[in-house]
Design a protein around this ligand. Structure first.
Ligand code: GLN
Length: 243
């Protein structure tokens, strides 16, 4: 499993998400509160994107000596970040770390596609060949991103793209864990299928995170099997259909 978060709203320092809070993302990399489905720490890489700029690594977030200063001096109103615990059999490389990106679209997956790669080979084979030849990494998450990106490129909404891909992948690969997180800079779309997720609405911002970053009031857990659509002014939660 992995841990991920997304923020939209009044620009803040990256360090206010990654380092400063008691349960900041860096802490979740070595002491996550809620690990399910195997793994104990998230040390197989990390990634942070703010706006259309992205920084990824195959190293643990806590070991990067440049990141604290970068995070303390970088301000953004659109952030998506993740720490990774590689699923057994999947490579530990920088390009396997979320966020996956195309322009302002940023994507992360917390979970696993059961029976990968065979279970979703048929779904993947419907993608343009060039997409398959240029996957970021040979991982389930990279294939999920390609399936979602294909829909976004066709003009399908973020929420519809994510919902369709969850339904399709669950049909092909039952028991998969599919906590997806996607933003285009104006909304955050997330699913809960098998892993934890919470959100916190602030005055001019919204924060969605695998785990609350602090014990302050305002954090709300998202029940399993839900679709969350969040903007700085509104958050909606809709149940996902049964697998
Ligand atoms: N299966 C994905 C990977 O290996 C995500 C792993 C996770 O959520 N721990 O990158």
């Amino acid at each position: 499993m992995c841990r991920h978060l997304a923020y939209l709203g009044t620009p803040i320092k990256l360090s206010e998400l990654l380092f400063d809070p008691p349960n900041a993302l860096v802490r979740q990399s070595w002491a996550p509160r809620d690990m399910r489905g195997g793994g104990t720490i998230n040390a197989d890489g990390f990634g942070v994107a703010w706006g259309t700029t992205r920084f990824r690594s195959a190293m643990p977030m806590w070991s990067d000596t440049a990141l604290p200063q970068l995070a303390a001096t970088t301000v953004s109103g659109v952030v998506l970040a993740a720490v990774r615990s590689a699923t057994v059999g999947m490579p530990v490389t920088e390009t396997a770390s979320a966020p996956f990106q195309e322009g302002r679209w940023l994507f992360s997956h917390n979970g696993v596609v059961r029976g990968w790669p065979g279970s979703i080979a048929k779904l993947a084979s419907r993608l343009p060949t060039t997409d398959l030849m240029t996957l970021d990494a040979p991982t389930d998450s990279a294939v999920l991103w390609a399936l979602i990106r294909d829909r976004l490129r066709a003009g399908i909404s973020l929420a519809a793209a994510v919902t369709e891909v969850v339904a399709e992948v669950e049909a092909a690969a039952p028991e998969s864990r599919l906590n997806l997180l996607l933003t285009d800079g104006s909304q955050i779309v997330a699913t809960t299928v098998g892993h934890s997720l919470s959100f916190c609405k602030r005055a001019d911002a919204v924060l969605v995170s695998s785990e609350p970053l602090d014990d302050a009031p305002g954090w709300e857990p998202v029940p399993d099997r839900h679709l969350l659509v969040a903007t700085p002014s509104e958050v909606t939660r809709t149940p996902l259909g049964r697998a």
